[in-house]
Design a protein around this ligand. Structure first.
Ligand code: GAL
Length: 344
């Protein structure tokens, strides 16, 4: 009898732990029961994440789920305590946009211990048993930025402004940028005259990086590889104070309203539009399935240093003055009247 009991306990334990060592023992909700999703956002100070939040919450509601949203405003300790708080509120799943791709591994560990699955939203969480990752092809984003600039300025002085050093995406963007730039650097066509990373992707960080860059190069900059629209905005402010905005080509990313307005005005060359509606919609569906213990469909795997994480990676789109209408406006991502507010 005792032997039988031991066998049953062992079998139940085996069932509760998957191959990744994740505890899946938290009781999963039935089809007619409401699931609760904890959405932990790095930083709502940036325009991009406000859109993600709104679209994600709307889709989750459609699926009959409730979402509890928290924003850490760029602080690891705060994000950690917020995820603990979400777990203690009994969420069925955590969806995390990590401020630090490394630090949030502890949040995944905590969730795993309680049998709560975790989705890494837009940014991977490294060295953890995260259940799924949904994002864009981020290396391609970096390639698009650099491709655009080298088409406009095939030779000249390039200044690189990377994103937050704690964000794994920032490294992927740089990898993509270098895929395009390195051969031209080796050929001697392009010279990198500055290479800095903007803390927390903040515009004011990028502005002071650019101000110093202009001083040290005596304004000898032809192109700025800015990794997103907030950093592009900071760089363009610094260029403007030297009367150089519009003359220096600057890349961006996110199709932020402010970024598109600068493109319309000819101050920023391009942005990379990532259809966030698809990202948020797919993420909400993924959350619903994982929370109910159902299988998920991924189109790839991403090694996060510990495991191959089932991944959904979507395609980014390069946007400049010529295709604003058929991309962001057509998709209802931004409004035409607002984009052209200052330029028509
Ligand atoms: C990245 C994200 C970008 C940009 C940036 C700043 O991780 O992929 O779209 O928004 O963060 O928040």
């Amino acid at each position: 009898m005792k032997y039988l009991y031991t066998v049953i306990v062992a079998a139940v334990m085996l069932f509760a732990f998957t191959a990744n060592g994740q505890d899946t023992s938290k009781e999963k909700k039935k089809e007619n029961e409401e699931i609760i999703i904890g959405l932990s956002i790095d930083d709502l100070r940036l325009e991009r994440w406000q859109k993600d939040r709104d679209l994600f919450v709307a889709q989750a509601k459609k699926l009959g789920a409730k979402v509890i949203v928290q924003s850490a405003n760029g602080e690891d300790a705060k994000q950690m305590s917020q995820t603990e708080n979400l777990l203690s509120q009994g969420v069925d799943i955590l969806v995390i946009i990590p401020h630090s791709s490394d630090a949030m591994a502890s949040a995944v560990d905590s969730a795993n211990k309680q049998g709560v699955p975790v989705i890494a939203y837009d940014r991977i969480i490294t060295n953890s048993n995260v259940n799924a990752y949904i994002s864009f092809d981020n290396i391609r984003v970096g390639e698009m930025q650099a491709e655009y600039l080298v088409n406009k300025v095939p030779q000249g002085n390039y200044f690189l402004i990377g994103g937050s050093p704690t964000d794994n995406n920032a490294k992927l963007f740089r990898k993509g940028q270098m895929n395009i730039l390195q051969p031209l650097i080796d050929k001697g066509d392009i010279k990198v005259v500055g290479d800095q990373w903007a803390k927390d992707w903040q515009a004011n960080e990028a502005m002071s990086i650019m101000e110093n860059g202009l001083t040290s190069t005596k304004n000898n900059v032809d192109a700025v590889v800015a990794s997103n629209d907030s950093t592009a905005g900071g760089a363009i402010q610094a260029l403007a104070s030297q009367g150089m905005d519009g003359d220096v080509v600057v890349s961006g990313q996110d199709a932020d309203l402010a970024g598109l307005q600068r493109i319309a005005e000819g101050k920023q060359a391009m942005t990379v539009y990532k259809p966030v509606k698809t990202l948020a919609t797919e993420a909400a569906k993924l959350a619903d399935r994982l929370a109910r213990g159902k299988d998920i469909e991924a189109n790839g795997k991403t090694n996060n240093g510990k495991i191959d994480v089932p991944s959904i990676l979507l395609d980014p789109i390069s946007v400049d003055q010529t295709n604003i209408k058929e991309t962001v406006i057509k998709d209802g991502f931004q409004e035409e009247a607002k984009i052209y507010k200052n330029s028509k």
